[in-house]
Design a protein around this ligand. Structure first.
Ligand code: MF3
Ligand code: CO
Ligand code: CO
Length: 269
């Protein structure tokens, strides 16, 4: 017996609604990304937009996190704290991680945006992260195993000359922001817990250009690459189904400041 909850159809509907809010907000963040804005501008927008949609921004006061969204620029791996002092520069990459709560249920999704034109290095790590998430998701169905997800991600990312962060993992999600299971982004296929229809969790690989090792800054939140090299991340919330999964945080169209620069993403903006 595992301690991973199976969500009812009613619960999944509420998670769909929470996830829809995160997607709508993230689509609007896409429209505001440009050199010269601050990460606090993004925080203010996400906070107000989430409330306007009848939801609550989950990061605010979560274990003391001081803002309503995580904004992780360049060598920041995750949990970057928005700041009025942090002005986006041309060539930066920034992950914006939005988590919203609707009627007690959570939706959690993030993307990495390009600020202006990306450098070849920025584009490489970001596109490897984008594809890593897709490859992890592609393994998910009733009866597949947790280790299949990490194996698919690790095999691809390392083949592309990148590393996969170990210190942070995807997570079960529902009425609780972070619940069982832990979803490692490295692993061995055929290992780990078997997935069952109705399980809900995130996959959110953090992919580095250099070492996978991270340090957490004195603010107790900001996680940075130990070698200062670039890091990128994408995250979806999903529910396991018999034949595969439903991506609860699927976007309705491509992002102007992310997928428009992707060589493999097929959709027009
Ligand atoms: N959204 C992050 C995740 O994907 C968690 C952020 S916790 C916070 O799990 F406190 F930093 F907001
Ligand atoms: Co998450
Ligand atoms: Co998140």
């Amino acid at each position: 017996m595992s301690n991973v909850s199976i969500k009812s159809p009613r619960e999944i509907e509420l998670m769909r609604r929470a996830s829809e809010v995160t997607v709508a907000t993230l689509m609007e963040v896409d429209a505001m990304i440009r050199p010269g804005i601050t990460t606090e501008d993004i925080n203010r927008f996400v906070h107000a937009d989430t409330l306007q949609r009848g939801a609550r921004p989950a990061p605010l006061n979560y274990h003391g996190f001081p803002k309503s969204v995580c904004t992780s620029v360049n060598e920041v791996v995750c949990h970057g704290i928005p700041s009025e002092k942090q002005v986006l520069q041309p060539g930066d990459i920034i992950n914006v991680d939005v988590t919203s709560v609707v009627e007690g249920y959570y939706g959690d999704t993030s993307v990495t945006f390009y600020v202006g034109e990306p450098s070849p290095e920025a584009k490489h790590v970001t596109e490897v992260a984008r594809r890593s998430l897709d490859l992890g998701i592609a393994t998910v169905r009733e009866g597949s195993r947790l280790g299949d997800i990490g194996a698919a991600i690790q095999e691809f990312a390392e083949k592309e000359g990148c590393s996969v962060v170990r210190a942070f993992v995807g997570h079960g999600i529902g009425r609780i922001f972070h619940e069982a299971p832990q979803v490692s982004h490295v692993g061995q296929s055929g290992s780990g817990m078997r997935l069952r229809a109705g399980m809900c969790f995130t996959i959110e690989p953090m992919i580095n250009l250099g070492t996978y090792e991270v340090d957490v800054l004195d603010d107790k939140w900001t996680a940075v690459t130990r070698d200062g090299a670039l890091s990128a991340q994408f995250e979806h919330t999903l529910v396991v189904t018999k034949k595969g999964c439903e991506i609860l945080t699927q976007r309705p169209r491509a992002l102007a400041n992310s997928e428009r620069f992707s060589d493999y993403w097929p959709k027009a903006v």
